[in-house]
Design a protein around this ligand. Structure first.
Ligand SMILES: Cc1cc2nc3c(=O)[nH]c(=O)nc-3n(C[C@H](O)[C@H](O)[C@H](O)COP(=O)(O)OP(=O)(O)OC[C@H]3O[C@@H](n4cnc5c(N)ncnc54)[C@H](O)[C@@H]3O)c2cc1C
Length: 382
């Protein structure tokens, strides 16, 4: 790869994806610089809140399965390096009434990709996992590899590993703009200017600010999660309670065992569909946020619909088709980016980091990223 200036590659945004990309660059012996406007980690973006689901059962489509398998391998590699667990296996349950997209698409993906699974009725699920109390007509695809990641530890762990391999990370330094020239890029921040042979933009909800082409197709959305008091915490311990995605009345909800803070954590995909300005996100508690999540808990996990113990506001960054956008800049191939994770990206941070490092190092990747090709949208600078 051509090197201009001081670094081989600069990564803008050291959150979930950027920290993994930095680790992968440093592992290859490349001189890498990460620029982060807040701290590493922080609570202003999309990678906080103590837990993120990881799974091999993909209602989003079977094309995610090979990418997911590699993600697991790389999370385990990170754990080895850190000497710490960041991934806990609990199993996962995808539930809904027969015929609902969440249930049927998951079953199809598991069958097509030969992913181990069982199909259980609501009664069978409750007998095995007594914290579950889904409506009797629901069925679930239970997949034994599902579980959760500890996002703050994943971000910090990737950053620590990257630093130990020689990467530089500058926290509290906001990037103002970047431009490209033949064979390299220049990045200007509030604190200075840097040059490199390659650029990776992993700015999450701010992707459209740094790459205006992405603004119409990577749209931030306000997202809320709540932790409710349970009747019996033992029923919601990670050993006895699989992570879940439940389709109820056509809406998808997700949740976790108790971990890191008291209570059962639950959220609704795309909450109430409110687009957000990442610099002016309403992080306050609203009564209707709580009521929406409590109503779901009452109907599906009645032993976990007690007092609200905690809530957190975060952002999804949605693409029009809810699939990821990963690839090279349409005009400057030395700049690559990953955006539009649409609420299901965290589990893939490890493999997205590897993919982005491939693109920065060689201009191509070993992974099949055709389904995430930015070319499916007409990207233009408006
Ligand atoms: C509530 C919630 C629940 C979720 N649940 C799941 C789940 O269970 N499983 C799952 O797989 N996914 C889940 N997701 C999605 C997943 O968390 C995201 O896809 C993932 O965190 C996105 O990572 P990112 O690196 O793109 O963004 P971030 O981690 O937010 O990183 C972007 C970084 O760029 C930095 N930045 C932006 N602009 C600049 C600038 N100008 N200069 C310097 N730095 C800049 C930001 O400060 C930030 O640190 C969930 C998301 C939310 C919000």
């Amino acid at each position: 790869m051509t090197t201009a200036g001081t670094y081989d590659a600069i990564v803008i945004g050291v959150g979930g994806m950027g920290s993994a990309a930095l680790y992968q660059l440093a592992k290859r012996g490349l001189r890498a610089l990460g620029l982060e406007r807040f701290s590493v980690p922080h609570e202003m973006g999309s990678s906080h809140g103590l837990t993120r689901i990881i799974r091999l059962a993909f209602h989003e489509g079977p094309e995610y399965v090979p990418f997911g398998r590699r993600a697991y391998e790389l999370w385990r590699e990170l754990e080895e390096r850190l000497g710490e667990r960041v991934l806990r296996v609990t199993g996962s349950a995808h539930a809904g009434v027969p015929g609902s997209a969440g249930f049927e698409d998951t079953l199809r993906a598991c069958r097509k990709q030969d992913v181990a699974h069982e199909v259980l009725s609501s009664a069978e699920l409750s007998a095995r996992f007594p914290g579950y109390g889904l409506p009797p007509e629901m069925m679930a695809v239970v997949q034994p590899d599902g579980g959760f990641l500890a996002p703050e530890r994943c971000v910090a762990g990737h950053a620590e590993a990257a630093r130990s391999l020689g990467a530089e990370i500058r926290e509290g330094e906001r990037v103002l703009e970047w431009d490209a020239f033949s064979g390299g890029v220049r990045v200007r921040t509030e604190g200075g200017a840097y040059e490199a042979g390659a650029l990776i933009v992993t700015a999450g909800a701010w992707a459209g600010r740094l790459m205006p082409e992405l603004a119409p197709v990577a749209v931030p959305e306000r997202q809320v999660v709540a932790w409710f008091e349970t009747e019996d915490a033992a029923l919601f311990a990670p050993e006895r309670f699989p992570v879940f995605i439940v389709t109820l009345d056509g809406e998808e909800y997700y949740g976790f065992p108790e971990f890191g803070t008291p209570g059962f954590k639950v959220g609704k995909f795309h909450h109430d569909g409110e687009s957000a300005d990442p610099d002016a996100l309403d992080r306050s508690w609203r009564a209707e946020d709580e009521e929406m999540l409590r109503d779901f808990a009452r109907r599906c996990f009645p032993k976990a619909a007690g007092r609200m113990l905690r809530m957190s506001v975060c952002m999804f960054t949605n693409s029009p088709d809810k699939h990821f956008i990963i690839g090279k800049h349409p005009q400057w191939p030395q700049a690559s980016f990953a955006a539009g994770f649409s609420g299901h990206g965290f589990k893939f941070c490890s493999v997205v980091g590897e993919t982005l490092a491939d693109l920065a190092e060689r201009g191509e990747t070993r992974h099949d990223i055709a389904p995430f090709d930015p070319g499916r949208f007409a990207l233009s600078r408006e």
